[in-house]
Design a protein around this ligand. Structure first.
Ligand code: HEM
Length: 160
């Protein structure tokens, strides 16, 4: 096995982690919306946070193995050598930035839910929680579409 093979393997492991974070997050989110019991909702929100932590790990793995793919294989790539790769890196950057933003919003949602659960909420908390709940579904779907776009670019590799 050559170093490029380890790098490609790691690339696929990272991809698996990112898909797990998206699908796992979506499933837990649906469970959270279906539950009306506050203690159960809070447990699901904490699990969502844990599963969300897989994505920074996935991002680190994708960047390090991606750099490995660019430098260790028979084809040497640079940032601008191939249109599909440049495009993929831009979509990847958008996905990471969106992930950071939605992660911060998710943490805000948990704080509001904790206040509502312990009865210390303000009158604005209920509508704010509803809006953030809707936003989080949009977040998972956006990340899914971006991931599929990246996969398409990686496999089809269209020439501009
Ligand atoms: C969510 C992010 C990413 C996904 C889902 C993804 C997925 C993939 C897939 C499925 C392949 C094809 C593997 C193969 O041909 O065996 C690939 C190849 C590649 N990826 Fe990624 N990738 C991602 C991020 C990155 C990043 C951040 C970089 C660069 C820093 C990168 C660089 C590369 C390169 C250079 C190849 C071509 C390897 C070769 O043909 O030798 N990828 N990627």
């Amino acid at each position: 096995m050559y170093p490029i093979h380890f790098s490609l393997l790691l690339h696929l492991v990272g991809m698996g982690l990112l898909f797990t974070a998206i699908f796992g997050g979506l499933i837990l989110h649906i469970q959270y919306r279906r539950t009306s019991d506050w203690p159960a909702k809070l447990v699901l929100l904490r699990s969502l946070r844990r599963i969300g932590l897989l994505s920074p790990l996935g991002v680190i793995i994708m960047i390090s193995s991606g750099v490995g793919n660019m430098t260790l294989g028979p084809n040497r790539y640079t940032l601008f050598s191939d249109g599909w790769l440049s495009m993929k890196l831009m979509v990847f950057a958008a996905m990471v930035l969106a992930g950071i933003y939605f992660g911060i919003q998710g943490a805000r949602r948990t704080r509001i839910a904790v206040r509502l659960a312990d009865g210390s909420s303000s009158e604005h908390d209920h509508p704010a929680l509803k809006a953030l709940d809707t936003q989080q579904v949009t977040a998972f779907l956006t990340q899914l579409v971006l991931m599929i776009g990246i996969l398409w670019l990686s496999i089809v590799r269209p020439h501009a």
